[in-house]
Design a protein around this ligand. Sequence first.
Ligand code: GDP
Length: 322
Amino acid sequence: MEKMQDNQTPKYVIFSGGIGGAKLIEGFYESVDPREIAVISNTGDDIIQFGLRICPDIDIVIYTLSNMVNKKHLWGLEGDTFSCLNMLKTFYGAGADWFHIGDKDFATHIYRTEMLKKGYKLSNVIQNIIDKLKVKCQIFPMAEEYIPTRLETDLGTLHFEEYFVKYQTRPKIRKIIYGGSNDVMIPEKIDSTLSQCEKIIIAPSNPFLSIQPILEIPFYKEILKKNKKKVIAVTPIIKGRAVKGPTISNMKSMGLEPTSWGVAKYYQEFISKYVFDESEVMADLDIIIEKYRKCGIEAFPYDTLMNSIKKKKMLATFIARL
Ligand code: GDP
Protein backbone atom coordinates (compact mmCIF):
# COMPACT_ATOMS: atom_id res chain seq x y z
CA MET A 1 0.00 0.00 0.00
CA GLU A 2 1.30 3.41 -1.04
CA LYS A 3 2.10 5.66 1.93
CA MET A 4 0.48 9.07 2.02
CA GLN A 5 1.57 12.32 3.56
CA ASP A 6 -0.68 13.22 6.50
CA ASN A 7 -1.75 16.44 4.81
CA GLN A 8 -2.54 14.81 1.46
CA THR A 9 -6.03 15.31 0.05
CA PRO A 10 -8.23 12.21 0.19
CA LYS A 11 -8.78 10.28 -3.04
CA TYR A 12 -12.26 9.04 -2.20
CA VAL A 13 -15.03 11.23 -0.85
CA ILE A 14 -18.12 9.33 0.25
CA PHE A 15 -21.53 10.97 0.74
CA SER A 16 -23.25 8.93 3.40
CA GLY A 17 -26.14 8.36 5.72
CA GLY A 18 -25.99 5.79 8.52
CA ILE A 19 -26.10 2.02 8.25
CA GLY A 20 -25.99 1.51 4.45
CA GLY A 21 -23.29 4.13 4.04
CA ALA A 22 -21.21 2.84 6.95
CA LYS A 23 -21.01 -0.61 5.35
CA LEU A 24 -19.42 0.75 2.20
CA ILE A 25 -17.17 3.14 4.13
CA GLU A 26 -15.94 0.19 6.20
CA GLY A 27 -15.20 -1.65 2.94
CA PHE A 28 -13.05 1.27 1.77
CA TYR A 29 -11.47 1.69 5.20
CA GLU A 30 -10.31 -1.92 5.15
CA SER A 31 -9.13 -1.83 1.52
CA VAL A 32 -7.20 1.42 1.07
CA ASP A 33 -5.11 3.69 3.27
CA PRO A 34 -7.80 5.23 5.56
CA ARG A 35 -6.26 8.64 5.04
CA GLU A 36 -7.38 8.39 1.41
CA ILE A 37 -11.00 8.54 2.57
CA ALA A 38 -13.20 11.48 3.51
CA VAL A 39 -16.84 11.09 4.47
CA ILE A 40 -19.46 13.81 4.13
CA SER A 41 -22.21 12.81 6.49
CA ASN A 42 -25.86 13.65 6.60
CA THR A 43 -26.71 15.57 9.74
CA GLY A 44 -30.40 15.94 8.88
CA ASP A 45 -30.99 13.04 11.30
CA ASP A 46 -29.42 15.01 14.16
CA ILE A 47 -31.58 15.45 17.20
CA ILE A 48 -31.39 17.10 20.59
CA GLN A 49 -32.49 14.74 23.36
CA PHE A 50 -32.20 15.55 27.08
CA GLY A 51 -30.37 18.71 25.99
CA LEU A 52 -27.69 16.70 24.21
CA ARG A 53 -26.72 17.02 20.54
CA ILE A 54 -26.86 13.63 18.87
CA CYS A 55 -25.50 12.97 15.36
CA PRO A 56 -26.80 9.47 14.60
CA ASP A 57 -25.34 9.03 11.10
CA ILE A 58 -21.91 10.35 12.00
CA ASP A 59 -21.84 8.23 15.15
CA ILE A 60 -22.78 5.06 13.25
CA VAL A 61 -19.83 5.64 10.92
CA ILE A 62 -17.44 6.44 13.78
CA TYR A 63 -18.53 3.46 15.89
CA THR A 64 -18.29 1.19 12.84
CA LEU A 65 -14.77 2.29 11.92
CA SER A 66 -13.54 2.18 15.51
CA ASN A 67 -14.92 -1.37 15.73
CA MET A 68 -17.15 -0.39 18.65
CA VAL A 69 -20.50 -0.65 16.90
CA ASN A 70 -23.19 -3.01 18.14
CA LYS A 71 -22.84 -5.84 15.63
CA LYS A 72 -26.51 -6.82 15.77
CA HIS A 73 -28.15 -3.42 15.37
CA LEU A 74 -25.30 -1.75 13.41
CA TRP A 75 -25.88 1.40 15.52
CA GLY A 76 -24.98 2.15 19.15
CA LEU A 77 -22.12 0.53 21.00
CA GLU A 78 -21.41 -3.16 21.53
CA GLY A 79 -22.16 -4.27 25.08
CA ASP A 80 -23.66 -0.93 26.08
CA THR A 81 -26.05 -0.76 29.05
CA PHE A 82 -29.07 1.46 29.58
CA SER A 83 -29.01 2.45 33.26
CA CYS A 84 -28.91 6.19 32.55
CA LEU A 85 -31.86 6.02 30.16
CA ASN A 86 -33.85 3.97 32.69
CA MET A 87 -33.12 6.51 35.42
CA LEU A 88 -34.20 9.31 33.09
CA LYS A 89 -37.60 7.62 32.80
CA THR A 90 -38.01 8.26 36.53
CA PHE A 91 -37.87 11.98 35.81
CA TYR A 92 -39.43 12.27 32.37
CA GLY A 93 -41.92 9.40 32.61
CA ALA A 94 -42.42 6.17 30.70
CA GLY A 95 -41.86 6.60 26.99
CA ALA A 96 -38.94 8.96 27.50
CA ASP A 97 -36.68 6.18 26.30
CA TRP A 98 -38.04 5.98 22.73
CA PHE A 99 -34.65 7.11 21.40
CA HIS A 100 -32.26 4.44 22.57
CA ILE A 101 -29.13 5.92 24.09
CA GLY A 102 -26.79 3.59 25.92
CA ASP A 103 -24.59 4.63 28.83
CA LYS A 104 -21.36 4.73 26.81
CA ASP A 105 -23.15 6.41 23.93
CA PHE A 106 -24.26 9.16 26.34
CA ALA A 107 -20.60 9.97 26.89
CA THR A 108 -20.15 10.83 23.20
CA HIS A 109 -23.18 13.10 23.25
CA ILE A 110 -22.19 14.80 26.52
CA TYR A 111 -18.70 15.49 25.17
CA ARG A 112 -20.01 16.78 21.83
CA THR A 113 -22.60 19.03 23.48
CA GLU A 114 -20.12 20.46 25.96
CA MET A 115 -17.62 21.27 23.17
CA LEU A 116 -20.33 22.90 21.04
CA LYS A 117 -21.37 24.98 24.05
CA LYS A 118 -17.78 26.11 24.43
CA GLY A 119 -18.02 27.48 20.90
CA TYR A 120 -16.24 24.83 18.85
CA LYS A 121 -17.63 24.09 15.40
CA LEU A 122 -19.30 20.73 14.89
CA SER A 123 -16.62 19.69 12.36
CA ASN A 124 -13.87 20.35 14.94
CA VAL A 125 -15.72 18.41 17.61
CA ILE A 126 -16.17 15.46 15.24
CA GLN A 127 -12.48 15.62 14.38
CA ASN A 128 -11.68 15.47 18.11
CA ILE A 129 -13.97 12.49 18.61
CA ILE A 130 -12.46 10.56 15.72
CA ASP A 131 -8.93 11.37 16.89
CA LYS A 132 -9.73 10.10 20.39
CA LEU A 133 -11.30 6.93 18.98
CA LYS A 134 -8.36 6.49 16.59
CA VAL A 135 -10.40 6.61 13.41
CA LYS A 136 -7.96 7.52 10.66
CA CYS A 137 -10.13 8.85 7.83
CA GLN A 138 -11.78 12.26 7.71
CA ILE A 139 -15.45 12.63 8.61
CA PHE A 140 -17.22 15.91 7.94
CA PRO A 141 -20.72 16.94 8.93
CA MET A 142 -22.52 18.32 5.86
CA ALA A 143 -22.88 21.67 7.66
CA GLU A 144 -21.83 23.25 10.93
CA GLU A 145 -25.37 24.21 11.96
CA TYR A 146 -28.20 22.13 13.42
CA ILE A 147 -30.52 21.68 10.42
CA PRO A 148 -32.76 18.69 11.10
CA THR A 149 -35.03 17.13 8.50
CA ARG A 150 -38.72 17.36 9.35
CA LEU A 151 -41.49 15.35 7.83
CA GLU A 152 -45.09 16.34 7.25
CA THR A 153 -47.04 13.16 7.90
CA ASP A 154 -50.53 11.94 8.69
CA LEU A 155 -49.50 12.23 12.36
CA GLY A 156 -48.48 15.86 11.93
CA THR A 157 -45.00 17.35 11.55
CA LEU A 158 -42.36 15.02 12.94
CA HIS A 159 -38.63 15.21 13.45
CA PHE A 160 -36.92 12.60 11.27
CA GLU A 161 -36.05 10.46 14.31
CA GLU A 162 -39.64 10.53 15.57
CA TYR A 163 -40.73 9.15 12.20
CA PHE A 164 -37.86 6.65 12.03
CA VAL A 165 -37.46 5.42 15.61
CA LYS A 166 -40.47 6.49 17.68
CA TYR A 167 -43.09 5.59 15.07
CA GLN A 168 -40.98 2.96 13.25
CA THR A 169 -41.49 4.60 9.79
CA ARG A 170 -45.26 3.89 9.94
CA PRO A 171 -46.57 7.45 9.35
CA LYS A 172 -47.35 8.35 5.75
CA ILE A 173 -45.00 11.08 4.54
CA ARG A 174 -46.70 13.95 2.72
CA LYS A 175 -43.71 16.22 2.42
CA ILE A 176 -40.07 16.26 3.47
CA ILE A 177 -38.86 19.59 4.85
CA TYR A 178 -35.10 19.74 4.60
CA GLY A 179 -33.05 22.11 6.73
CA GLY A 180 -30.33 22.88 4.17
CA SER A 181 -30.06 26.19 2.36
CA ASN A 182 -27.57 28.63 0.87
CA ASP A 183 -27.01 30.14 4.29
CA VAL A 184 -25.38 27.21 6.05
CA MET A 185 -21.69 27.04 6.85
CA ILE A 186 -19.82 24.25 5.02
CA PRO A 187 -16.86 22.80 6.98
CA GLU A 188 -13.69 24.49 5.79
CA LYS A 189 -11.81 21.73 4.00
CA ILE A 190 -14.75 20.28 2.09
CA ASP A 191 -14.52 22.52 -0.98
CA SER A 192 -10.89 21.69 -1.75
CA THR A 193 -11.35 18.03 -0.81
CA LEU A 194 -14.21 17.63 -3.28
CA SER A 195 -12.40 19.49 -6.05
CA GLN A 196 -9.16 17.58 -5.67
CA CYS A 197 -10.33 14.02 -4.93
CA GLU A 198 -10.35 11.30 -7.60
CA LYS A 199 -13.79 9.90 -6.94
CA ILE A 200 -16.96 11.10 -5.26
CA ILE A 201 -19.08 8.17 -4.17
CA ILE A 202 -22.73 8.33 -3.21
CA ALA A 203 -23.12 5.48 -0.76
CA PRO A 204 -26.06 3.05 -0.87
CA SER A 205 -27.96 5.21 1.59
CA ASN A 206 -31.60 6.30 1.57
CA PRO A 207 -31.76 8.83 -1.33
CA PHE A 208 -34.44 11.01 0.30
CA LEU A 209 -33.68 10.87 3.98
CA SER A 210 -29.89 10.46 3.99
CA ILE A 211 -28.50 11.86 0.71
CA GLN A 212 -31.02 14.55 -0.28
CA PRO A 213 -30.56 16.48 3.01
CA ILE A 214 -26.94 16.98 1.87
CA LEU A 215 -27.93 17.87 -1.70
CA GLU A 216 -30.46 20.42 -0.46
CA ILE A 217 -27.47 22.59 0.36
CA PRO A 218 -26.91 24.18 -3.06
CA PHE A 219 -23.12 24.08 -2.67
CA TYR A 220 -23.13 20.26 -2.86
CA LYS A 221 -25.48 19.98 -5.83
CA GLU A 222 -23.36 22.48 -7.75
CA ILE A 223 -20.04 20.85 -6.97
CA LEU A 224 -21.39 17.41 -7.89
CA LYS A 225 -22.69 18.74 -11.21
CA LYS A 226 -19.34 20.39 -11.89
CA ASN A 227 -17.50 17.15 -11.08
CA LYS A 228 -20.07 14.80 -12.60
CA LYS A 229 -17.35 12.79 -14.38
CA LYS A 230 -16.02 11.49 -11.10
CA VAL A 231 -19.32 10.89 -9.31
CA ILE A 232 -20.35 7.25 -8.80
CA ALA A 233 -23.52 6.15 -7.01
CA VAL A 234 -24.30 2.72 -5.58
CA THR A 235 -27.80 1.33 -5.45
CA PRO A 236 -29.46 1.03 -2.04
CA ILE A 237 -32.12 -1.20 -3.65
CA ILE A 238 -31.61 -4.80 -4.63
CA LYS A 239 -34.25 -6.49 -6.79
CA GLY A 240 -36.90 -3.95 -5.84
CA ARG A 241 -36.24 -4.23 -2.11
CA ALA A 242 -34.37 -2.15 0.42
CA VAL A 243 -31.95 -4.16 2.50
CA LYS A 244 -33.27 -2.24 5.51
CA GLY A 245 -35.42 0.80 6.15
CA PRO A 246 -38.18 2.73 4.38
CA THR A 247 -36.47 3.53 1.04
CA ILE A 248 -39.11 1.73 -1.04
CA SER A 249 -42.12 3.31 0.69
CA ASN A 250 -40.38 6.70 0.54
CA MET A 251 -39.88 6.36 -3.22
CA LYS A 252 -43.49 5.37 -3.70
CA SER A 253 -44.74 8.35 -1.71
CA MET A 254 -42.45 10.63 -3.76
CA GLY A 255 -44.03 9.21 -6.92
CA LEU A 256 -40.81 7.59 -8.10
CA GLU A 257 -40.19 4.12 -9.47
CA PRO A 258 -39.06 2.12 -6.40
CA THR A 259 -36.18 0.32 -8.12
CA SER A 260 -32.44 0.74 -8.52
CA TRP A 261 -33.20 2.29 -11.92
CA GLY A 262 -35.48 4.80 -10.16
CA VAL A 263 -32.60 5.77 -7.85
CA ALA A 264 -30.23 6.23 -10.82
CA LYS A 265 -32.78 8.49 -12.54
CA TYR A 266 -33.12 10.50 -9.31
CA TYR A 267 -29.33 11.09 -9.30
CA GLN A 268 -29.04 11.40 -13.07
CA GLU A 269 -28.04 15.07 -13.32
CA PHE A 270 -24.84 14.66 -11.29
CA ILE A 271 -23.61 11.05 -11.63
CA SER A 272 -21.66 9.52 -14.51
CA LYS A 273 -21.35 5.97 -13.13
CA TYR A 274 -23.76 3.74 -11.26
CA VAL A 275 -23.36 0.35 -9.63
CA PHE A 276 -26.54 -1.73 -9.63
CA ASP A 277 -26.96 -5.20 -8.22
CA GLU A 278 -25.93 -8.08 -10.44
CA SER A 279 -28.92 -10.11 -9.25
CA GLU A 280 -31.06 -7.81 -11.40
CA VAL A 281 -29.41 -9.07 -14.58
CA MET A 282 -32.03 -11.57 -15.64
CA ALA A 283 -31.75 -11.38 -19.41
CA ASP A 284 -29.57 -9.35 -21.70
CA LEU A 285 -27.03 -7.24 -19.82
CA ASP A 286 -26.43 -5.09 -22.92
CA ILE A 287 -30.05 -3.96 -22.95
CA ILE A 288 -29.86 -2.89 -19.28
CA ILE A 289 -26.57 -1.08 -19.81
CA GLU A 290 -27.93 0.67 -22.90
CA LYS A 291 -30.94 1.91 -20.93
CA TYR A 292 -28.59 3.62 -18.45
CA ARG A 293 -26.29 4.84 -21.22
CA LYS A 294 -29.18 6.67 -22.88
CA CYS A 295 -29.45 8.70 -19.65
CA GLY A 296 -25.74 9.47 -19.71
CA ILE A 297 -24.88 6.91 -17.04
CA GLU A 298 -22.28 4.17 -17.36
CA ALA A 299 -23.78 1.30 -15.37
CA PHE A 300 -22.00 -1.65 -13.80
CA PRO A 301 -23.53 -4.78 -12.30
CA TYR A 302 -21.89 -6.07 -9.11
CA ASP A 303 -22.83 -7.97 -5.95
CA THR A 304 -23.78 -5.03 -3.72
CA LEU A 305 -25.16 -6.95 -0.73
CA MET A 306 -22.58 -6.21 1.97
CA ASN A 307 -23.34 -8.90 4.50
CA SER A 308 -19.71 -9.67 5.36
CA ILE A 309 -16.51 -7.70 5.65
CA LYS A 310 -15.18 -9.60 2.64
CA LYS A 311 -18.10 -8.40 0.50
CA LYS A 312 -17.79 -4.83 1.79
CA LYS A 313 -14.13 -4.84 0.75
CA MET A 314 -14.89 -6.41 -2.63
CA LEU A 315 -17.49 -3.75 -3.45
CA ALA A 316 -15.18 -0.95 -2.30
CA THR A 317 -12.29 -2.32 -4.37
CA PHE A 318 -14.56 -2.62 -7.41
CA ILE A 319 -15.69 1.00 -7.05
CA ALA A 320 -12.15 2.26 -6.46
CA ARG A 321 -11.19 0.79 -9.85
CA LEU A 322 -14.07 2.25 -11.87
P1 GDP B 1 -29.70 5.04 7.88
O1 GDP B 1 -29.35 6.50 7.85
O2 GDP B 1 -29.16 4.31 9.08
O3 GDP B 1 -31.12 4.74 7.55
O4 GDP B 1 -28.87 4.36 6.72
P2 GDP B 1 -28.60 4.75 5.22
O5 GDP B 1 -29.50 5.79 4.70
O6 GDP B 1 -27.13 4.96 5.08
O7 GDP B 1 -28.92 3.36 4.55
C1 GDP B 1 -30.20 2.86 4.32
C2 GDP B 1 -30.20 2.25 2.94
O8 GDP B 1 -29.07 1.37 2.84
C3 GDP B 1 -31.42 1.40 2.64
O9 GDP B 1 -32.00 1.88 1.45
C4 GDP B 1 -30.85 0.00 2.42
O10 GDP B 1 -31.50 -0.70 1.39
C5 GDP B 1 -29.43 0.30 2.02
N1 GDP B 1 -28.52 -0.80 2.34
C6 GDP B 1 -28.27 -1.31 3.58
N2 GDP B 1 -27.41 -2.33 3.49
C7 GDP B 1 -27.11 -2.48 2.18
C8 GDP B 1 -26.27 -3.38 1.45
O11 GDP B 1 -25.61 -4.27 2.00
N3 GDP B 1 -26.21 -3.22 0.10
C9 GDP B 1 -26.93 -2.25 -0.57
N4 GDP B 1 -26.81 -2.19 -1.88
N5 GDP B 1 -27.73 -1.39 0.09
C10 GDP B 1 -27.81 -1.50 1.45
